[in-house]
Write a protein of this length. Structure first.
Length: 308
């Protein structure tokens, strides 16, 4: 199935972007809302796709896609809050798993999940994502930021389900552009919140007083958002081809990519990445990858495209 390959590529680029996000939030940009604000500005680059099929397909489909982007922007604020507080390789898969569970609940409530192999494939993918996200048992003194994690995951799940509906009522390019315009509007709305406005304006003043540091920060940000943009585009395209719940269930694979990237970086920058894996951790992660692999095989043979 083409959507599986597209989704996996998208999660790889998301993993690279997440590494940059962790570095910038830990060392360069102090407030998650500031980072989300700049991400919303960067999202306007999607306008380059206007000549390739953008159009207006009615107020309802436009509003759905637009609202999807607004919700996604606020979910990003929660995501960046969690990333700033905890290890990136824990946060990203956990948020992806919560997003998958959100989509899974919607699929169950809508009655779309009636194929038993499809059901088991989804369970394996989500179970593997959960297992790969936690180091069990939780270590003493380890505090997982559950509130921002849950907020980010649920928000992203709702956003992607709305985006899928927007695709069905318009087309891929139009749904994507209207959703990114919603992200831009959501970013501007952060300026209406006093605490966020102070943080954003404060970061702008700091940027003007340290031009050299601002230039290097900008370069890292562009690299991060270029990878994130490619990843978001590929995942959005995979959703347009297949199932929201299954594409999100594949997010457990992002941990594998993150682990490959973060472990060597943790040796060079332990104060930023700080990955600590012991024998049981490796055993657990390998078991999770086996579950995800089994879920991938089942999803590739079970007609997943019929689902939400």
């Amino acid at each position: 199935m083409v959507w599986i390959t597209v989704a996996l590529l998208g999660y790889f680029f998301n993993a690279v972007a997440a590494i940059f996000d962790k570095y910038l939030l830990a060392d360069r940009i102090k407030a998650p809302a500031v980072y989300a604000f700049y991400v919303s500005l960067f999202s306007l680059f999607v306008l380059i796709f206007i000549p390739y099929g953008f159009g207006f397909f009615g107020w309802q489909s436009t509003a759905i896609a637009f609202l999807s982007g607004v919700i996604f922007l606020y979910a990003l604020v929660a995501l960046y809050t969690a990333i700033k507080r905890h290890e990136i390789s824990r946060v990203a898969p956990l948020v992806g798993t919560v997003t998958s569970l959100t989509a899974f609940v919607v699929v169950i409530l809508s009655g779309s999940l009636q194929n038993l192999p499809v059901f088991f494939a989804l369970i394996l993918l989500i179970g593997g994502g959960l297992l790969i996200s936690f180091d069990l048992p939780l270590r003493k003194g380890e505090h997982i930021p559950f509130l921002p994690l849950a907020t980010a995951g649920i928000g992203m799940g709702i956003s992607l389900l709305l985006l899928k509906q927007g695709y069905e009522e318009s087309n891929f390019v139009s749904g994507l552009i209207w959703s990114r315009l919603g992200m831009f509007a959501g970013g501007l709305s952060l300026l209406l919140v006093p605490v966020f406005r102070r943080q954003i304006l404060g970061q702008a003043k700091e940027t003007m007083t340290e031009p050299k540091r601002a230039t290097s920060t900008g370069m890292y940000f562009v690299l991060s958002k270029t990878c994130a943009g490619i990843g978001a585009f590929l995942i959005a395209y995979a959703i347009s081809l297949g199932s929201v719940s299954f594409v999100q269930a594949l997010s457990g694979m992002q941990y594998v990519f993150l682990l490959m990237l973060a472990l060597p970086l943790s040796l060079r920058f332990p104060q930023i990445f700080g990955e600590r894996l012991y024998f049981w951790d490796w055993f657990q992660k390998i078991g999770a990858i086996v579950l995800i692999g089994a879920g991938l095989w089942l999803s590739a043979t079970s007609g997943v495209e019929l689902l939400l």
